[in-house]
Write a protein that binds this ligand. Structure first.
Ligand code: ASP
Length: 349
């Protein structure tokens, strides 16, 4: 008997360590959660040594403010779609995140927003790419899903549709923030130096790779057992030629299916598109019976990492178990379960 207890506890310790090593955070495990919510505010080389205590507090406060909005909706019997939208709105309205107000700048010194949302009950989805005047791009994604026969709208057409739907429209300069503008100038200078010295210019090298912190996303399970996920971003600093990342791509940046899970991604978008990261997690659960934790680890730590991609996901399964999985130094994230227990993280544990 003693031997069995020893073996079991060794196994338990081993699997706990393994999770910590892999950056998996499982904030809830059975029993089933009546409802739950998880958010991210972007993944990347987020290191404590580069963060002032004031910035850290500001991020934590905003993450808490945002997730509490969704939590209240879910607690009061609202839908996961509403919780996801309203939670993302809070982060879109903050200059801290690379979405809405705080969106990064394109090479042409504009701000182009991408967003998507998916309803796990119906598998309905909506997305918008490259908009420049919509204050809250996640509202547009939701309107595309609910008020149009389409899944994805882009550019001027998407801006026009938003206006017709009565969504809040702003002047493009609403999205100006000094911090993001300076990031663009830094990257352009670096690019110019590389050109002057005839070195290979890589869009994603060094600072450039990490010039996209702050995409926001949310996954939620409501009291009716419906899952939803949404993602909103300004994309990557210095992007050009109408570049679109994974965030508005259903299956890459966002996915939700009541039979499996709801996922929102953040990271180097090109890899998330090629790996169909969000859908792949759901597919492993659906076809291979993996748990959410196993599926997320497999896709982020093995598949994405092997491809050369960096970033992470937040996800919830149909029982309300929540996972934050990433292969970067950090990911802004928070969860609340049905007992109202809040957890906030920034760095790797
Ligand atoms: N995935 C986003 C993109 O590639 C950026 C990010 O999540 O940091 O546009």
């Amino acid at each position: 008997m003693k031997k069995i207890i020893f073996l079991l506890s060794t196994l338990f310790i081993f699997s706990a360590c393994k999770n910590a090593e892999n950056n998996t955070e499982v904030t809830t495990d059975n029993p089933r959660q009546e409802f739950s919510i998880i958010i991210h505010g972007g993944a990347g080389t987020i290191l404590k040594k580069n963060m002032s205590p004031e910035m850290e507090t500001a991020y934590k406060q905003k993450l808490e403010e945002a997730i509490r909005v969704g939590y209240e909706i879910l607690k009061n019997g609202g839908t996961s779609i509403d919780a996801v939208t309203k939670t993302i709105n809070v982060m879109e309205d903050s200059p801290l995140f690379n979405a809405g107000k705080g969106a990064v700048f394109t090479h042409e010194e504009t701000n182009e927003h991408d967003a998507s949302i998916m309803d796990g009950k119906t598998l309905n989805a909506g997305a918008s790419a490259g908009t420049t005047t919509v204050k809250n791009p996640i509202d547009l994604a939701k309107a595309v899903m609910e008020k149009s026969p389409h899944v994805m709208l882009s550019g001027k057409g998407a801006d026009t549709f938003a206006k017709k739907q009565g969504l809040q429209i702003v002047e493009p300069n609403y999205f100006y923030t000094e911090r993001r503008y300076k990031s663009l100038q830094n990257i352009k200078e670096k690019e110019q130096t590389e050109l002057d010295h005839d070195t290979k210019v890589s869009f994603y090298d060094g600072d450039i790779k990490d010039s996209k912190f702050g995409t926001v996303g949310c996954a939620a399970l409501d009291k009716n057992g419906n899952l939803a996920a949404g993602t909103s971003t300004g994309g990557m600093t210095n992007k050009r030629w109408g570049r679109i990342g994974d965030s508005p791509i259903i299956g890459a940046g966002t996915y939700a299916n009541n039979n499996t899970c709801a996922v929102s991604s953040t990271g180097w978008g090109e890899y998330f598109i090629r790996g169909m990261i969000a859908y792949d997690i759901s597919a492993l659960m659906e076809y291979k019976n993996l748990s959410l934790k196993e599926a997320a680890q497999e896709v982020i730590q093995n598949k994405l990492t092997r491809l050369g991609g960096t970033g992470g996901i937040v996800a919830i399964d149909k029982n309300g178990n929540m996972v934050a999985e990433f292969n970067t130094a950090g990911m802004y994230r928070a969860t609340i379960n049905d007992k109202g227990e809040l957890s906030i993280g920034i760095y790797k544990n």
